[in-house]
Ligand binder design. Structure first.
Ligand code: HEM
Length: 496
């Protein structure tokens, strides 16, 4: 009797298990790619969360790259309430940037844009339209022009020299954490460029910028369920962003109040000087909040992007001793024992520039660019795309497309020798700064902020991993956020 019951229990369990499997198989096939002739391919989806489960446990740009290899370089994903089109090849990117750049020129409304972007009145989050055109013009002509970038040269040189002294002070042969030093250096360059010589709240300001960069990255529940306002409160993100925003806003208010009592000379204007001058001009109609939104943008868009590029460049060079030796030899030969490096000394150093290009290919700081949204329904390459669909450019996948790049996963700076590619590939195969109308307006400043610190770090010191670890033991794991940074801090031993 006991054995009969046992057998019955077993068969009941297996029936339930079988029924569950059958249910999931049927479900999977019924909800599989609803690809009709006019809809994009997509993986199987679940109710409510859509395709989110395909990305769980992955680093998003890598997870998306794997999905694209199965479902195509133009695929659809339902992320909660949001319909997204993922672009993962140079060919698809080219078609969109050349034909649909304006259609997809908008940024979607996000919690970060609302709180940190002063109701989307900065540049990064501003919807495509007249206001964005105005602030973008200010950015390219007045804040980030070649002349303006050059005007910060001496402060870049001073701050880099301070960095060299700081590393030397910690002693030859002792491990240091260049990650920390590099972010501090870039933040200080920005603080001085934005506000003039040091503000008393510098430390608090940069800590909050860093905090904000952490909060604004990734795929947050609030952004994939925009209509479920209660989730924005439940996740605690609204409260955290508001708190950071208030602190930054207070600091900028203080700086602006102090600024009003002094008159800045036009020759050496800081970013704030320029913005306050334009605010009072007849040409632009900026409010005090608009000025603050743009200042915050400069910090968030400009600090982590450059700092993380320097860190990845050093990491790749440690991992590739051949390239490290080549770039150090080039620097040391050109500088010939000179103590302080001036930007003119390194401008023509070709291998250093190849190293930076290759680093940006393998580690674009914003691997998914910034989200875009279409402002009308559109037919894209024969597929019907609904109004408000979001566009995700997987630049990480594009920059490693094996059809365009030989040994795509390997760090080979020489691949850019004799190539005309500068900040963007002619065939859209290299997009670290994006492309089209919303392309990064800060590439010249960003590259200047990478070049000189990197040259100093490589010229003045030789670097090794701690505890005699061999070069191939360096941890290259990534952490996804607004920018993709190293998961572990870079701990290295300098000798000089
Ligand atoms: C290595 C350094 C940098 C990299 C790799 C980089 C990359 C990018 C990328 C990929 C985008 C998004 C483009 C798109 O959505 O199509 C972007 C946007 C932007 N970047 Fe940069 N960036 C860098 C430095 C800077 C600097 C130094 C600034 C200014 C201080 C800056 C300001 C901006 C702004 C304002 C936007 C938004 C543009 C818009 O929406 O119209 N960036 N950047």
């Amino acid at each position: 009797m006991k054995s009969i019951l046992k057998a019955m229990a077993l068969s009941l369990t297996s029936s339930i298990a079988l029924a569950t499997i059958v249910f999931f198989v049927i479900y999977k096939f019924t909800t599989r790619s609803k690809s009709t002739k006019n809809s994009l391919p997509e993986p199987w989806r679940l109710p409510i969360i859509g395709h989110m489960h395909h990305l769980i446990g992955t680093i998003p740009h890598r997870g998306l790259m794997d999905l694209a290899r199965k479902y195509g370089s133009l695929m659809h994903l339902q992320l909660g309430e949001v319909s997204a089109i993922v672009v993962s090849s140079p060919k698809a990117a080219k078609e969109i940037f050349t034909t649909y750049d304006i259609t997809f020129g908008n940024r979607p409304e996000t919690l970060s844009g609302e709180i940190i972007g002063y109701h989307n009145t900065d540049i990064v989050f501003a919807p495509y339209g007249e206001y964005w055109r105005q602030v973008r013009k200010i950015c390219t002509l007045d804040l980030l022009s070649a002349k303006k970038v050059k005007s910060y040269q001496s402060l870049r040189e001073e701050e880099c020299w301070n960095l060299v002294q700081e590393i030397k002070a910690s002693g030859s042969g002792r491990p240091v954490n260049p990650s920390e030093n590099i972010f501090k250096l870039i933040a200080m360059i920005f603080c001085r460029a934005a506000f003039g010589k040091g503000i008393k709240e510098h430390k608090e300001f940069t800590e909050n910028v860093k905090e904000m960069l952490k909060e604004t990255g990734g795929m947050d529940v609030a952004d994939i369920f925009p209509s479920k306002k209660f989730l924005h409160h439940l996740s605690g993100k609204r409260a955290r962003l508001t708190s950071i925003h208030k602190k930054l806003d207070n600091i900028i208010n203080n700086v602006v109040a102090e600024h009003n009592v002094k008159t800045a000379s036009k020759t050496n204007e800081t970013l704030l000087d320029v913005l306050l001058r334009l605010k009072d001009s007849a040409e632009f109609q900026l409010t005090a909040d608009n000025v603050k939104a743009i200042i915050v943008d400069m910090f968030t868009a400009g600090t982590d992007t450059s700092a993380t590029t320097i860190e990845w460049a050093i990491s790749e060079l440690i991992k590739c001793p051949r390239a490290m030796e080549k770039v150090q030899t080039e620097l040391r030969k050109a500088l010939n024992g000179k103590e302080k490096i001036h930007e003119e000394d390194i401008k023509e150093l070709s291998y250093l520039n190849l190293v930076i290009k290759e680093t940006l290919r393998l580690h674009p700081p914003l691997p998914l660019l910034l989200r875009r949204e279409c402002h009308q329904a559109v037919n894209l390459a024969g597929y019907d795309i609904p109004n408000k669909a979001r566009l995700i450019f997987n630049v990480f996948a594009i920059n490693r497309d094996p059809e365009f790049w030989k040994d795509a996963e390997t760090f080979i700076p020489e691949r850019f020798e004799n190539s005309s590619t500068s900040i963007m590939g002619a065939e859209y195969e290299y997009l670290p700064f994006g492309a089209g109308r919303r392309m990064c307006p800060g590439s010249a400043l960003g590259l200047a902020n990478v070049q000189l610190p990197l040259a100093n770090i490589l010229y003045h010191f030789n670097w090794k991993l701690p505890n005699g670890a061999s070069y191939d033991q360096i941890d290259m794991t990534e952490r996804f956020g607004l920018t993709v940074v190293r998961q572990s801090e870079l701990l290295l031993v300098p000798s000089f």
